[in-house]
Design a protein. Structure first.
Length: 149
Protein backbone atom coordinates (compact mmCIF):
# COMPACT_ATOMS: atom_id res chain seq x y z
CA UNK A 1 0.00 0.00 0.00
CA UNK A 2 1.31 3.39 -0.96
CA UNK A 3 0.00 6.92 -0.77
CA UNK A 4 1.76 9.39 -3.09
CA UNK A 5 1.14 13.09 -3.56
CA UNK A 6 2.86 15.81 -5.60
CA UNK A 7 2.25 19.44 -4.69
CA UNK A 8 3.67 22.47 -6.48
CA UNK A 9 4.36 25.34 -4.13
CA UNK A 10 5.09 28.93 -5.09
CA UNK A 11 7.96 29.23 -2.61
CA UNK A 12 11.63 28.31 -2.57
CA UNK A 13 12.92 25.04 -1.12
CA UNK A 14 14.20 26.78 2.02
CA UNK A 15 10.72 28.07 2.92
CA UNK A 16 9.05 24.72 2.19
CA UNK A 17 11.72 22.85 4.18
CA UNK A 18 11.28 25.25 7.08
CA UNK A 19 7.53 24.51 6.99
CA UNK A 20 8.30 20.77 7.21
CA UNK A 21 10.74 20.90 10.13
CA UNK A 22 10.47 24.13 12.16
CA UNK A 23 8.14 24.37 15.16
CA UNK A 24 6.21 27.25 13.54
CA UNK A 25 5.90 25.40 10.25
CA UNK A 26 4.79 22.06 11.65
CA UNK A 27 2.41 23.73 14.10
CA UNK A 28 0.76 25.52 11.14
CA UNK A 29 0.45 22.41 8.99
CA UNK A 30 0.29 19.33 11.24
CA UNK A 31 -2.83 20.20 13.28
CA UNK A 32 -0.92 22.19 15.93
CA UNK A 33 1.82 19.57 16.43
CA UNK A 34 5.53 20.28 16.70
CA UNK A 35 8.12 17.93 15.23
CA UNK A 36 10.60 17.11 17.99
CA UNK A 37 13.81 15.56 16.67
CA UNK A 38 17.59 15.86 16.54
CA UNK A 39 17.24 15.01 12.82
CA UNK A 40 20.08 12.52 13.13
CA UNK A 41 19.54 9.33 11.15
CA UNK A 42 18.69 6.50 13.54
CA UNK A 43 17.49 8.87 16.26
CA UNK A 44 13.86 9.19 17.41
CA UNK A 45 11.30 11.82 16.47
CA UNK A 46 7.82 12.74 17.71
CA UNK A 47 4.96 14.94 16.49
CA UNK A 48 3.57 16.37 19.73
CA UNK A 49 0.59 18.69 20.15
CA UNK A 50 -2.98 19.10 21.34
CA UNK A 51 -5.00 15.91 21.39
CA UNK A 52 -6.59 13.12 23.40
CA UNK A 53 -3.93 13.31 26.13
CA UNK A 54 -3.82 17.11 26.42
CA UNK A 55 -1.40 19.61 24.87
CA UNK A 56 1.50 17.14 24.83
CA UNK A 57 -0.20 14.25 23.04
CA UNK A 58 2.24 12.18 20.97
CA UNK A 59 0.41 11.78 17.66
CA UNK A 60 3.16 9.99 15.76
CA UNK A 61 6.62 8.80 16.78
CA UNK A 62 9.43 6.74 15.32
CA UNK A 63 12.89 6.92 13.78
CA UNK A 64 14.60 9.26 11.32
CA UNK A 65 15.81 7.23 8.32
CA UNK A 66 16.96 10.09 6.03
CA UNK A 67 17.65 13.76 6.61
CA UNK A 68 19.07 15.82 3.76
CA UNK A 69 18.22 19.50 4.39
CA UNK A 70 16.05 21.07 1.70
CA UNK A 71 16.02 17.77 -0.19
CA UNK A 72 14.66 14.78 1.71
CA UNK A 73 13.17 13.80 5.06
CA UNK A 74 12.19 10.18 5.64
CA UNK A 75 10.71 8.78 8.84
CA UNK A 76 9.53 5.38 10.02
CA UNK A 77 6.46 6.19 12.09
CA UNK A 78 4.15 4.58 14.60
CA UNK A 79 0.80 6.02 15.71
CA UNK A 80 0.92 7.54 19.17
CA UNK A 81 0.02 5.42 22.21
CA UNK A 82 -3.29 7.28 22.64
CA UNK A 83 -4.54 5.88 19.33
CA UNK A 84 -3.86 2.14 19.39
CA UNK A 85 -2.79 -0.20 22.19
CA UNK A 86 -0.56 -2.05 19.69
CA UNK A 87 1.01 1.20 18.41
CA UNK A 88 4.57 -0.20 18.50
CA UNK A 89 3.57 -2.97 16.07
CA UNK A 90 2.01 -0.55 13.56
CA UNK A 91 4.29 1.39 11.25
CA UNK A 92 4.68 3.08 7.92
CA UNK A 93 7.30 5.21 6.20
CA UNK A 94 6.79 8.88 5.36
CA UNK A 95 9.17 10.44 2.84
CA UNK A 96 9.14 14.10 1.84
CA UNK A 97 11.20 15.05 -1.25
CA UNK A 98 11.78 18.60 -2.51
CA UNK A 99 12.73 19.49 -6.09
CA UNK A 100 12.81 22.81 -7.93
CA UNK A 101 10.56 23.14 -10.97
CA UNK A 102 11.23 26.55 -12.48
CA UNK A 103 10.80 28.96 -9.57
CA UNK A 104 8.47 26.61 -7.70
CA UNK A 105 9.13 23.79 -5.28
CA UNK A 106 7.70 20.38 -6.03
CA UNK A 107 6.92 18.61 -2.77
CA UNK A 108 6.47 14.86 -3.14
CA UNK A 109 5.16 12.88 -0.21
CA UNK A 110 5.23 9.09 -0.27
CA UNK A 111 3.63 7.29 2.67
CA UNK A 112 4.30 3.57 2.23
CA UNK A 113 5.51 0.38 3.91
CA UNK A 114 2.33 0.17 5.98
CA UNK A 115 2.12 -2.77 8.35
CA UNK A 116 -0.49 -5.20 7.01
CA UNK A 117 -3.93 -4.20 8.24
CA UNK A 118 -2.68 -0.84 9.56
CA UNK A 119 -5.83 0.86 10.90
CA UNK A 120 -4.56 4.38 10.09
CA UNK A 121 -4.15 3.88 6.33
CA UNK A 122 -7.55 5.30 5.37
CA UNK A 123 -7.27 8.19 7.85
CA UNK A 124 -3.85 9.02 6.41
CA UNK A 125 -5.24 9.02 2.87
CA UNK A 126 -7.72 11.73 3.89
CA UNK A 127 -5.49 13.69 6.29
CA UNK A 128 -2.55 14.11 3.89
CA UNK A 129 -4.66 16.32 1.59
CA UNK A 130 -5.29 18.73 4.46
CA UNK A 131 -1.69 18.62 5.71
CA UNK A 132 -0.17 19.16 2.26
CA UNK A 133 -2.64 21.95 1.47
CA UNK A 134 -1.66 23.57 4.77
CA UNK A 135 2.06 23.25 3.95
CA UNK A 136 1.45 24.87 0.56
CA UNK A 137 -0.62 27.73 2.00
CA UNK A 138 1.78 28.42 4.87
CA UNK A 139 4.90 28.34 2.67
CA UNK A 140 3.28 30.67 0.12
CA UNK A 141 1.49 33.12 2.43
CA UNK A 142 2.66 32.61 6.01
CA UNK A 143 -0.99 31.99 6.95
CA UNK A 144 -2.64 28.81 8.21
CA UNK A 145 -5.76 27.16 6.86
CA UNK A 146 -8.78 27.18 9.17
CA UNK A 147 -10.57 23.86 9.00
CA UNK A 148 -13.08 25.01 11.62
CA UNK A 149 -11.90 22.79 14.43
Amino acid sequence: MELKYDFYINADKEKVWDTLVSPEGTRSSFFGSVLKSSFVVGEPFEYVGPGAEGDDTVHVYGTVVAYEPQQKLSLIEHPGPAYHSNHAELESRMTFILDMVGNCTKLTLVNDHFTEGHPSYEKAADAWWMILSSIKTYAETGKTLDFGW
